[in-house]
Design a binder for this molecule. Structure first.
Ligand code: PEP
Ligand code: MG
Length: 295
């Protein structure tokens, strides 16, 4: 079985009737890039940048972050690398952030909310990321978005970062900017959000949590945490349609992307990209290549 999958390396993700889809990989560390290349993923659809901030005592510097992003971009040799900006808070905490204890951290001070509240921290990450864009095909995506205003604030900060880099005479590449759709609010206004960005990537892990009101960390509720819920599937379809209406591509980067039971449905919905843990890439390619959507 494993050998059969190995034979799929270098092959396209195309159905029997000619429908194509991108299959990318999710990573959480520089060392995961090896597995991405070994499994022949078309790109990195989600680079969880939190590891740079966790398990240390001080903020990572611009230079430290730049080196990591640059190495990933170079290793991927022109394939797309989508870096998600800091998604700390809730289940992921670093003590030097000095975040107050909260009653409901999953619905609390986290991710883009921290970045917009502490713009210097956000600018350091964006500066590193835009610098690295000269060395490969880097894209950026922002987590936990709930409003158009957030995107406008982000874009203002991005403009400042770019202007400062130009002033420093530092070359930057063309960086696609997207958002994660992981709140019901983002789904409901995905038509408005899509107009403001280059792509949408659906984070089904959090989207399931917030839609079903089921804490993704609470083992007692495991039986309720159902990403196959019709509400979630309808939301995914709605986001794909709204993204396409605005002429933007739409992907999925939550764990649900690796669910083979849904691969055909995802392709029929029109998803442009599925990003999964590296070991699933070739399994999904195999599934896609055996599919006939005319039947
Ligand atoms: C998600 O919420 O689906 C997602 C991909 O992000 P994370 O699992 O890192 O919260
Ligand atoms: Mg998430």
């Amino acid at each position: 079985k494993k050998r059969l999958l190995q034979a799929l390396k270098g092959k396209e993700n195309v159905t029997l009737d000619g429908t194509r889809i991108n299959i990318f990989a999710n990573i959480g560390n520089l060392s995961d890039v090896d597995a991405v290349l070994k499994n022949d993923a078309g790109g990195i659809g989600l680079f969880r940048s939190e590891f740079l901030y966790l398990e240390r005592d001080t903020y990572p510097t611009e230079e430290e972050q730049f080196q990591v992003y640059k190495q990933v971009a170079e290793a991927m040799e022109g394939k797309k690398v989508i870096i998600r900006t800091l998604d700390i808070g809730a289940d992921k905490q670093a003590s030097y952030f000095n975040i107050d204890k909260e009653e409901n951290p999953a619905m609390g001070y986290r991710a883009i909310r921290i970045c917009l509240d502490r713009p210097e921290l956000f600018k350091t990450q964006l500066t590193a990321l835009f610098r690295a864009s000269a060395f490969g095909n880097i894209a950026v995506m922002y987590p936990m978005i709930i409003s158009v205003e957030e995107i406008e604030k982000i874009m203002k900060i991005v403009d400042e970062v770019k202007a400062e880099l130009i002033e420093r005479n530092i070359k930057i590449g063309n960086v696609e900017q997207g958002i994660m759709i992981e709140t019901p609010a983002a789904v409901m206004i995905s038509d408005l959000l899509a107009k403001k960005v280059d792509f949408l990537s659906i984070g089904t892990n959090d989207l399931t949590q917030y839609t079903l009101a089921i804490d993704r960390q609470n083992q007692k509720l495991e039986n309720y945490y159902n990403p196959h819920h019709e509400a979630i599937l309808r939301m995914i379809k709605q986001v794909v349609d709204n993204g396409h209406k605005a002429g933007k591509w739409v992907g999925i980067c939550g764990e649900l992307g690796a669910d083979l039971v849904l691969t055909e449905e995802f392709i029929r919905m029109g998803l442009d990209e599925i990003s999964v843990a590296p070991p699933y890439v070739l399994t999904i390619r195999d599934k896609v290549r055996k599919m006939d959507l005319t039947k």
